[in-house]
Design a protein around this ligand. Structure first.
Ligand SMILES: Nc1nc2c(c(=O)[nH]1)N[C@H]1C(S)=C(S)[C@@H](COP(=O)(O)O)O[C@H]1N2
Ligand SMILES: [Mo]
Length: 521
């Protein structure tokens, strides 16, 4: 309580706090916008928002990542961005309120936020010397704008119960300046993002690529696609292919400067250039890629025709030493995957892929070069934007997701899925087509069975085989009787039926039967 006679020092939440918070948010927008514009020069991953988001992604514990993918699927990045913007707005509002109360308190918060973003940017694996510049410039701009706005703050802002403004203070002037700053910040962010996609996009680089004819083309296939309406096509359209990675900004890699360095436990270090890669005998293969985070019945799996150089040929040039048992592939943005050496040197089509569906890889799928390894989940094999293969040992180094609680090895588990009918569907009694897909990469699907309620497992009809590395479609005509029914599916590989024991995706992939509940009317 203030005693009569002592000058009253208003607390941080005295009337006017709302206006100060608005000034803080406007200054925050200017900070973010400045950072985005400076990042046009220093690189997309140095954008303060992007850098903090990326550091957050890397620090995300497995349970949270798992939950995010389960809850938001491939929209997890959009949710993360929205969340970051919200947190930033709240912190900026707090900085405004604190700065009005005691300028140093607010200024320290702004500087601290800038420092966190700057450190996050400097800590990125692809950071250059100027990585912190956007954050520093942004924080400075934010401080200047916050100071200028607070100077315009009327000494007593009109409170809700109508305390009048002091003479000379202009509420309108303050609001206009705040709106102007906020607008400028938002425009700068938008401008930064748009120019970044234009300037740093890979469209032109992709257009310029001339792919060589394959030395070995993929075999021509029979009726691999049963074309049941509502079922996923056998060949996943590239635009529908699931995307999973830790990259908040898609790395931009110019083939002209791309190299693959093969080093570690090798007789001879090898550096492969783009021209050498395209000049090699490239092979084409259909391979079904699956994510370890795919829940039972999920769609983080897709099948495509890849073109690339077998990894074993590059390894043969480098000649791994006898004690090596693993290859740690590393991407330009620091992601790593640990792949057993024997899987990369046997006769399967483990590729350094340059094309998908006959076209250069889309940027999000690893342009210009990624790995594709039949039989292993993506997190231990399918490194996109790959630039390095370190031949090493499992007991010497851990890959990105292993450090975060996932298994060091990730062979794909045999799985199957019902695509039609969907769960919750109402279908008319009589003949109902049940259809879907099943996969057991590098072992091959030898059968698929369906069970209605507690009935017997019944063999489904299989589509033509696209090879052991691809998924296989199946269908079954079911004589459906009215009532509620549960349809379950299981795939068979050479070792027998897939397991029905449910397991979570962590640490090495989900198991259990996919089941759909339908109502027959
Ligand atoms: N550089 C990089 N490569 C990566 C990842 C990543 O985060 N960064 N994620 C892996 C995972 S977990 C999967 S499932 C596949 C997915 O490949 P796609 O996005 O082309 O479908 O990429 C793999 N390669
Ligand atoms: Mo994955």
């Amino acid at each position: 309580m203030s005693t009569p006679g002592t000058p009253r020092r208003p607390g941080p939440l005295a009337p006017g706090a709302g206006a100060a918070a608005a000034a803080g948010v406007a200054a925050g927008a200017v900070t973010t916008g400045t950072g985005a514009l400076v990042a046009l020069v220093t690189g997309a991953s140095t954008d303060p928002l992007v850098a903090v988001g990326a550091a957050f992604v890397d620090a995300t514990p497995p349970w949270l990542k798992d939950w995010a993918v389960a809850a938001f699927g491939t929209a997890d990045k959009a949710v993360l961005t929205a969340g970051s913007v919200l947190v930033l707005a709240l912190l900026a509002a707090l900085a405004g309120v604190l700065a009005r109360w005691r300028w140093p308190a607010g200024a320290v918060l702004v500087v601290a936020l800038g420092a966190v973003a700057g450190l996050a940017a400097v800590g990125r694996p692809d950071a250059g010397v100027l990585a912190a510049l956007p954050s520093v410039a942004g924080a400075l701009a934010g401080l200047l704008v916050l100071r200028a706005l607070l100077a315009r703050l009327p000494a007593e802002v009109e409170s809700e119960d109508g305390v009048p403004l002091r003479a000379g203070a202009s509420r309108r002037g303050f609001l206009q300046a705040t709106a102007l700053a906020a607008g400028a910040g938002v425009v700068a962010v938008a401008l930064g993002r748009v120019s970044s996609t234009l300037v740093r996009g890979t469209a032109a680089l992709r257009e310029a690529v001339r792919l060589p004819a394959p030395a070995r083309t993929a075999p021509s296939l029979g009726d691999v696609d049963l074309a049941v309406p509502g079922a996923e096509p056998w060949a996943t359209p590239v635009t529908d292919f699931y995307r999973i990675d830790t990259a908040l900004v898609v790395p931009r890699v110019d083939p002209a400067t791309w190299t693959l360095r093969v080093h570690g436990l090798v007789e001879e270090e090898v550096v492969l250039t783009w021209d050498e890669l395209l000049g090699s005998d490239l092979v084409e293969a259909w391979v079904t890629l699956a994510c370890v985070s795919n829940p039972v019945g999920g769609d983080l799996v897709g099948n495509q025709r890849w073109l690339g150089l077998p990894v074993r040929e590059v390894l043969a040039r480098a000649r791994p030493t006898g004690d090596a048992d693993m290859v740690l592939s590393r991407s330009v943005d620091g992601f790593t995957a640990s792949t057993p050496l024997e899987v990369l040197t046997d006769d399967r089509d483990a590729l350094l892929a340059v094309a998908m569906d006959g076209r250069p890889l889309p940027a999000e799928h690893g342009f210009p070069v990624r790995m594709v390894v039949p039989g292993l989940y993506g997190y231990v094999s399918a490194t996109k934007w790959v630039t390095e293969l370190e031949v090493t040992r499992f007991d010497a180094v851990e890959a990105y997701w292993t450090q975060r609680g996932w298994s060091e090895r990730g062979p794909v588990k045999t799985q199957s899925r019902v695509d039609v009918p969907r769960t919750g569907a109402e279908v008319p009694a009589g003949d109902v087509v049940v259809a879907g897909t099943a996969w057991a990469q590098h072992r091959g699907v030898s059968g698929v069975q369906v069970r209605v309620d507690d009935g017997p497992w019944v063999d489904a009809e299989l589509a033509a085989d696209g090879g052991v590395d691809t998924w296989r479609q199946w269908r079954l005509v079911w004589a459906a009787e009215p009532g509620e029914h549960t349809l379950r599916v299981r795939a068979l590989d050479p070792d027998g039926p897939q397991t029905g024991v449910p397991a979570e995706v962590v640490p090495d992939g989900a198991t259990g039967y996919h089941a759909v509940d339908v109502t027959v009317v």
